[in-house]
Design a protein around this ligand. Structure first.
Ligand code: AHG
Ligand code: MN
Ligand code: MN
Ligand code: MN
Length: 339
């Protein structure tokens, strides 16, 4: 019959957020409003990325950020769009961004109860080649009586109320999870201008023979990391097959594939970067929450649970291994043997 093949009962992100809010009797609607502002930031960043080569938005901005990266024009624009969305929703007190040296305090909203950390554009070295990039975010609820300084954000990932990321690929994908909840994936329908729930309750496969790491750093790797990656490439057991290598160089894209297909993504600490490269508040912790809530694991280079790592500074870095439960367990086992 007419209409049978067409879904007329679509779950948009807007509807999803409203339904989540009604599940929580104590909810005031503040978090929902904050998510609507996040949603707008993702849509607008996606829009400018897709138009970049047409409107002269490729290339460098000529500045560098506090973690030492050369900023692309789109890093700056993505950051401005994100800040403006967070400010205007009136529910955010503190904002940490990769592109801002200091934590931003929205003093016009002294009673706002949320803090957000963001990587406005992750994978920006890939921008000019049109390779997938994305946005990573984490949301914290401030303690009663929080002073509204950056120290309020030096928290372990276990304190996040929500986290997730987008990937601006063939389509814009949004992956979001809330504390103690499952992981849901949405696809931006450009005609509707809405994120549509296309991947409800994402579960990462328990195992998969794919590894994702910048192997160009192997000269600097510590012994356990070398041994682990070698074991994937040169299996010793009878009939063992070597793993496939996949590395895009945008954490969001490597993470999205890993979430869907399984396997492991790693950016270990090494002799050149003893603290690792990826940053805790807006790269490692939010990804760790997504992977754990999808049934996977995430640990740092000391094999501690990533979610429990407490940063000392807002831009602190960490090594990270995340992915399928059995794949991450294998890294942990190799490291234990070396201790
Ligand atoms: P960003 O573009 O936000 O600075 O992050 C870059 C990160 C991440 O996207 C990616 O996983 C990693 O850097 C790639 O680093 P290498 O080029 O060293 O492999
Ligand atoms: Mn950067
Ligand atoms: Mn990044
Ligand atoms: Mn970035």
């Amino acid at each position: 019959a007419v209409g049978e093949s067409i879904n007329t009962d679509i779950i948009t992100l807007t509807r999803f957020l409203t339904e989540e809010q009604t599940k929580h009797k104590e909810a005031t609607g503040d978090f929902t409003l904050l998510c609507h502002a996040l949603q707008f930031a993702f849509k607008s960043i996606s829009y400018y990325i897709r138009r970049a080569t047409l409107i002269n938005l490729t290339g460098l901005a000529g500045t560098s950020n506090t973690t030492g990266d050369d900023q692309k024009k789109l890093d700056v624009i993505g950051n401005d769009l994100f800040i403006s969305a967070m400010r205007s929703c009136g529910r955010v007190r503190l904002l940490v961004s990769e592109e801002e040296e200091e934590c931003i305090t929205f003093d016009e909203f002294p009673s706002a109860r949320y803090a957000v950390a963001c990587d406005p554009i992750d994978g920006s070295s890939n921008l000019d080649a049109g390779v997938s990039v994305g946005t990573i975010f984490s949301v914290y609820k401030l303690e009663e009586g929080a002073r509204g300084t950056k120290e309020d954000l030096l928290l372990p990932g276990t304190e996040m109320v929500a986290s997730g990321f987008t990937m601006y690929g063939a389509s814009a994908q949004l992956v979001i999870t809330m504390k103690g909840g499952n992981v849901n994936g949405f696809t931006l329908d450009n005609n509707f201008g809405e994120f549509i729930l296309t991947h409800p309750n994402m579960r990462i496969p328990k195992t998969r023979a794919i590894y994702s790491v910048n192997e160009g750093n192997s000269l600097f790797w510590e012994e356990p990391v070398k041994e682990y990656i070698n074991a994937l490439k040169y299996p010793t057991e009878e009939g063992g097959k070597p793993y496939s290598a996949r590395y895009i160089g945008s954490m969001v894209a490597d993470a999205y594939r890993t979430l869907l297909y399984g396997g492991i993504f790693a950016y270990p600490a090494d002799k050149k970067s003893p603290k690792g490269k990826l940053r805790i508040l807006y790269e490692c912790a939010p990804m760790a929450m997504v992977f754990e809530n999808a049934g996977g694991l995430a640990v740092n280079s000391k094999m501690q649970r990533m979610m429990e790592v407490v940063p000392e500074h807002i831009h602190d870095r960490s090594g990270i291994f995340m992915g399928s439960e059995q794949e991450v367990q294998r890294v942990i086992d190799v490291h234990k043997k070396h201790q």
